[in-house]
Design a protein. Structure first.
Length: 84
């Protein structure tokens, strides 16, 4: 089973003094990457898809680019899990 890593494109930490939105986006990336990394090992990865879609919907109005990236990752993940 192959997995998709969001960590490769996710910032690890918002720089000190960053705007609240930048901190929120960085926190969302950290949450998504950490959550997906933990769950990858223990269960069916398709259980994470609703959370990934919800995260994309949440950030649509704040950062459409981030939401598009999350939706793209969810679509790729769906294709990968269907192949497995």
């Amino acid at each position: 089973m192959s997995t998709i890593s969001i960590q490769a494109v996710a910032p690890r930490k918002a720089p000190r003094g960053a705007e609240p939105l930048a901190r929120a986006v960085a926190a969302a990336w950290q949450w998504a990457a950490g959550r997906l990394a933990k769950r990858r090992q223990a269960h069916d990865p398709r259980q994470d898809l609703p959370q990934l879609w919800a995260l994309a919907d949440k950030y649509q109005s704040i950062d459409p680019g981030l939401a598009a990236d999350l939706r793209g990752a969810a679509r790729r993940w769906e294709r990968e899990t269907q192949r497995s």
